[in-house]
Design a protein around this ligand. Structure first.
Ligand code: NAD
Length: 465
């Protein structure tokens, strides 16, 4: 169903006494708003003129591709704004008896191509604007790699380190109660994101099953394997980044064993990216995390780094003995063939874009290159593989998890990885061919393909008749 309700506001209040096994009592009240003709503030919030919000960056790249497509003004407005935005208040009685009200959000950007899909994050910076941008990014990502999902995102505005595990579980369960009317295996399927994990998804499955009175484990992906998670999901984003990087090298006729690569970020995404590229014979000469970076001209021993962070303080790279320490700034400007930012947004800006020595940047993180820096990189002839293609491996294997849940038939790891590689190769080749045919950057080509797919789906539903 496509909502065209102007400012339709539903305010629902109901009290639910939730007695968890920890005896935390929570009174849940919520309101949600259906706003499809929302006057978006997607471009209104910018941290500084130099560092745009993720929402503003996504909007910029969407508008650039929409202009290339000469998209009709009505369609443009429809696609610039989310279909539905939900804001909820989560009341929490803390372990010490004090009371808090916590803000939660779910933004459903588009379900033109399939159920809404997108993670839930816990972070103090979570707000409606950020969640809006991330939801739109999911629509374009799923469409760019041609999986049958729309885009959504959710978030709870908390610093999770300040809460006990029982409090986090209670907050999660209460949030799910609040948004349950608009999520479901065929409606909107959340997943882990910043500061949420397979464990959080397990809590969601339990609460959703309880509310639905039936088994609805397909309501989330990124679950523990025992609860219906997919093999290969944990490694999927990094694996996908490696698959895309190697495909690009194939098209460029470059030998992976001759490539020197720097990876910023050694978390889930960056560490597996580095591992799979090292396995393919590339030389990973630099890696970093929030504690700093390490450089080795002959190539770092990535399995040894995996072992090191297993037992290092806070699982950080600091103190690694077998390489030269470098700063994150030095890593970004290192003399390498390929730079893979896999940590945070806004890492390559107008301040350092002219100093980048890599001829290829693969965006493993979301929005690591600002729109202004992107212009400089284009002028300098640097190839940028956009985030909506490069880091789609995670959502692709989430899609596989959902398919396996629907059919109650589970695949082995080779099947998962084989299908992941197939989807990513096809997506890369479509985008590469369009970029060459129309002489446009890979990013514009990825957005053009994604927008065309969503527009065709809307037209075929008769939205503008
Ligand atoms: P993570 O929390 O596991 O890892 C983040 C890494 O970045 C850590 O190593 C951290 O120390 C490092 N980091 C933080 N601040 C830094 C700084 N100032 N300088 C250098 N390094 C810093 O997160 P992740 O899941 O690996 O996600 C990383 C990026 O990839 C994010 O942009 C995320 O949105 C994107 N992404 C992740 C997935 C996924 O499935 N994990 C999917 C799509 C996109």
């Amino acid at each position: 169903m496509y909502y065209r309700i102007q400012e339709a506001r539903f305010v629902l209040f109901y009290g639910i006494l939730i007695f968890t096994d920890t005896l935390l009592c929570i009174f849940t009240g919520f309101s949600f708003t259906l706003e499809t003709e929302v006057t978006s503030q997607m471009v209104s919030k910018q941290t500084t003129p130099e560092l745009p919000s993720l929402a503003a960056a996504t909007q910029h790249f969407f508008q650039e591709a929409a202009a290339h497509l000469k998209l009709d003004a009505g369609m443009m407005k429809l696609l610039e704004n989310p279909q539905r935005e939900i804001a909820v208040q989560i009341p929490l009685v803390r372990e010490d008896g004090s009371f808090e009200a916590i803000s939660g959000f779910r933004v459903q950007h588009s379900n033109a191509r399939g159920p809404f899909k997108g993670g839930i994050r816990f972070h103090p910076s979570v707000n409606m604007d950020e969640v809006r941008g991330l939801a739109a990014l999911m629509t374009w990502k799923c469409a760019a790699v041609n999986i049958p999902y729309g885009g959504a995102k959710g978030g709870i505005s908390i610093e999770p380190r300040n809460y006990t595990k029982r409090e986090l579980k209670a907050i999660t369960r209460s949030f799910i109660s609040a948004i349950m009317p608009v999520i479901g295996p065929q409606i909107d399927i959340p997943a882990p994101d910043v500061n949420t994990s397979a464990e959080t998804m397990g809590w969601i499955v339990a609460k959703a099953n309880e509310l639905a009175g039936t088994d609805v484990r397909g309501i989330v992906t990124g679950k523990p394997i025992e609860l219906g998670g997919s093999l290969g999901r944990k490694e999927a984003t990094g694996k996908g980044v490696a698959v895309i990087t190697l495909r690009l090298l194939e098209w460029l006729g470059k030998d992976p064993t001759q490539m020197k690569i720097a990876v910023q970020g050694f978390g889930n995404n960056g560490s597996y990216t580095a591992l799979y590229l090292a396995e393919a014979g590339c030389k990973i000469v630099a890696v970093s995390d929030v504690s700093g970076g390490f450089y080795k001209e002959d190539g770092l021993d990535i399995p040894a780094l995996f072992e090191y962070v297993k037992t290092s303080p806070n699982h950080l790279l600091a103190g690694y003995p077998d390489a030269k320490p470098i700063s994150n700034e030095e890593l970004l400007e290192a003399d390498v063939d390929i730079l893979i930012p896999a940590a945070l947004e806004n890492q390559i800006t107008t301040a350092n874009a002219n100093n980048i020595k890599a001829s290829i940047i693969v965006e493993a993180a979301n929005a690591p290159v600002t729109p202004d820096a992107d212009k400089i990189l284009r002028q300098r002839g640097i190839t940028v593989v956009p985030d909506i293609l490069a880091n789609a491996g995670g959502v692709i294997v989430s899609y596989f998890e959902w398919v396996q849940n629907q059919q109650c038939l589970y695949w082995d790891i080779d099947t998962v990885n084989g299908k992941l590689t197939g989807v990513m190769h096809q997506a890369f080749d479509d985008i590469w061919n369009l970029a060459k045919e129309q002489n446009i950057p890979l990013r514009t080509a990825a957005y053009v393909i994604a927008i065309q797919r969503v527009v065709r789906a809307l037209e075929q539903q008769g939205v503008f008749i």
